[in-house]
Design a protein around this ligand. Structure first.
Ligand SMILES: Cc1cc2nc3c(=O)[nH]c(=O)nc-3n(C[C@H](O)[C@H](O)[C@H](O)COP(=O)(O)O)c2cc1C
Length: 190
């Protein structure tokens, strides 16, 4: 275990009042003092086009790549769009998969999904796990955080009010720190 951890976190939703972004911000507040969670925005990433981006990747992608590469772990909080992840999130992963630095390679990744539905975006969560296999990310298996009826779990100021969800998030953050420590041990990396 390290003394301090630096995680980065992406919300798969671009909208201003996104519940998934609210979950991300709640995780930032709930994290213990030795774990900092920095949000990375994906709003400025253009659509991937091999013709345009074969040689030079956009500055926004360079920034995200460096942030993930240097972080102890990445958290992705995603909505479900038509039983999968939103195109904007898939687009960023496609870009990063072409980056020579390979930011996902052996990276500890924690996945959260949230939806107003009773399934909590679990189908998107499993699509995301499958996609992350392609980039050799090391997704944490458990605890799974699937937030159902997310629209009932925040107050009008965007504060998480559901105690059970708070508990799940706290456990998830600490487990992700453990997961990243195991992955960065010499035995597994070298
Ligand atoms: C294009 C689109 C497709 C959606 N498909 C699903 C779906 O398959 N499953 C689901 O639970 N919710 C679905 N929803 C509803 C989203 O879960 C809901 O809009 C949610 O609030 C989006 O997350 P956000 O609040 O973080 O933006 C869909 C929403 C949109 C805009």
């Amino acid at each position: 275990m390290k003394d301090n951890y630096h995680f980065v976190a992406i919300s798969g939703s671009l909208r201003n009042k996104s519940y998934n972004t609210m979950v991300l911000k709640a995780a930032q507040k709930l994290a213990p003092a030795n774990i900092a969670i920095e949000q990375i925005l994906i709003t400025d990433v253009p659509m991937y086009n091999f013709d345009l981006h074969e040689k030079i990747l956009p500055e926004s992608v360079e920034k995200i790549s460096t942030a993930i590469k240097t972080a102890d772990a990445l958290i992705i909080v995603t909505p479900e769009y038509n039983y999968s992840i939103p195109g904007a999130l898939k687009n960023v992963i496609d870009f990063l998969s072409k980056h020579p630095a390979k930011p996902f390679d052996k990276k500890a990744v924690g996945i959260i999904s949230a939806s107003p539905s009773l399934l909590g975006g679990v189908r998107a969560q499993y699509h995301l796990r499958q996609i992350l296999v392609a980039v050799n990310a090391m997704s944490m298996n458990v605890p799974e955080v699937v937030i159902t009826e997310v629209n009932k779990k925040f107050d009008e100021n965007g504060n998480l009010t559901d105690e059970k969800t708070k508990e799940f998030l706290e456990k998830f953050i600490v487990a992700l720190a453990d997961h990243s420590s195991i992955l960065s041990s010499e035995v597994l990396i070298e």
